[in-house]
Design a protein around this ligand. Structure first.
Ligand SMILES: Cc1cc2nc3c(=O)[nH]c(=O)nc-3n(C[C@H](O)[C@H](O)[C@H](O)COP(=O)(O)O)c2cc1C
Length: 362
């Protein structure tokens, strides 16, 4: 289903950018999982618009209200429903897009598909929808914390052509990532990224970037071959986030330049079973986690709504010049970090619950 994600642990999201609220329902969450509202809100605050000078100037508090499924901090095993009101709306900014679809946004395709759409704020295609992914992801993390030591950390590894390459995935914490508003844990690179985003915001233009993510202490055995291989499920999750254009796991495309003798992750014995000397596989083989770090990268395009004038045509085909007005992110990656973490958590929690139906001792 188009607005539902997951097999056992299911997230349904609802809402348009300038409707009354956005929110979601998490169904299939086991009872007696300890869920901290503070932790959910903390992740939402990392996604919130208006959180720094590098994001859109739309300012939303994004305070979550949970309306069901939780009592005294424990899940009840029933659907967990939640919502976040939309407050800072300036629908007038979007009047132009009623007639002229924004290049590379979703205006034309939503209209072509449904013959109708919520124009204001980008409607359902707006990144406000991802609030439910972040909240649902925080609930999924609570499920994982009940049974595993899994840690999921995402960070900004590139903005335009500025890249941070020397990040120690083994030690990185969310606190390290949040040291700089760009969410790149390498301070000097983060500063360069910030300068580039600020300069483009000033010009009314935008830039893309990469969010990297590591999932540590994932037990061997998660993933459902053949169609829901773990990397396939992660790819689907990541590529469903607005503005994504690429997903790469382990050695990714660079692996194509290596020879088998270099690329093979040779097994070594350890007290906890087999480990591998290298990890070009990115922690997944045959679609199943092997106990090594799962790491992947997600490519985000430059946001489509820009202040720079562009030649275009309206829905009737008349030539026009389009210049985006209103408040928009000059680069989405600093805000995408908790969204990537949330989607990774939803996949891993779902796969963990599925694995309990496959193996009696999990
Ligand atoms: C955190 C986040 C913030 C975004 N902010 C904007 C924005 O301010 N302006 C914009 O045009 N697109 C923004 N986007 C991207 C659009 O939602 C997306 O490009 C649009 O829905 C079209 O979908 P597609 O890029 O996946 O094809 C944002 C995406 C994310 C993840």
């Amino acid at each position: 289903m188009s607005s539902q994600f997951g097999t056992v642990l299911k997230l349904t999201t609802f809402g348009e950018s300038h409707g009354k609220s956005v929110g979601g329902v998490v169904d299939g969450c086991p009872a007696n999982v300890s869920v901290s509202l503070k932790k959910i809100q903390a992740q939402l605050n990392r996604r919130r618009p208006g959180q720094s000078s590098l994001t859109t100037d739309r300012s939303e508090l994004d305070q979550i209200t949970i309306v069901s499924g939780l009592e005294n901090g424990l899940t009840l095993g029933t659907p967990i429903a939640f919502y976040v009101p939309n407050q800072d709306q300036q629908p007038g900014d979007y009047d132009r897009f009623r007639r002229v679809p924004r290049p590379s946004h979703a205006d034309y395709t939503y209209q072509a598909k449904y013959g109708n759409r919520s124009v204001s704020g980008g409607g359902r295609a707006s990144a406000r929808e991802t609030i439910a992914r972040v909240a649902g992801g925080a609930i999924a993390e609570a499920v994982l914390a009940t049974h595993t030591d899994i840690e999921i950390i995402a960070w900004v590894s590139a903005v335009g052509s500025i890249e941070a390459t020397n990040i120690d995935m083994g030690r990185l914490s969310r606190q390290d990532v949040d040291q700089h508003m760009v969410r790149c844990p390498d301070a000097s690179t983060a500063e360069k990224m910030a300068q580039q985003i600020a300069a483009l915001k000033e010009q009314g233009d935008s830039v893309g970037g990469i969010v990297s993510c590591v999932c540590r202490h994932v037990p061997p055995g998660l993933g459902e071959p053949v169609f829901a291989k773990l990397e396939a499920a992660l790819a689907q999750a990541m590529l469903s986030i607005p503005a994504t254009k690429g997903f790469e796991i382990g050695s990714g495309f660079l692996g194509t330049r290596m020879q088998g003798s270099e690329h093979n992750d040779v097994f070594i014995a350890s007290q906890k079973g087999l480990r591998t000397k290298t990890n070009f596989s990115g922690g997944i083989q045959g679609g199943i986690s092997n106990g090594e770090f799962i790491y992947f990268r997600v490519a985000f395009k430059p946001p489509a709504t820009i202040g720079v004038a562009q030649e275009s045509v309206d829905f009737e085909g008349n030539r026009t010049i389009l210049e985006g007005r209103g408040r928009h992110d000059p680069c989405v990656v600093p805000r995408a970090v908790p969204i990537v973490e949330g989607m990774a958590a939803l996949v891993l929690a779902d796969m963990f619950l599925l694995q309990r139906t496959r193996h009696a001792s999990v």
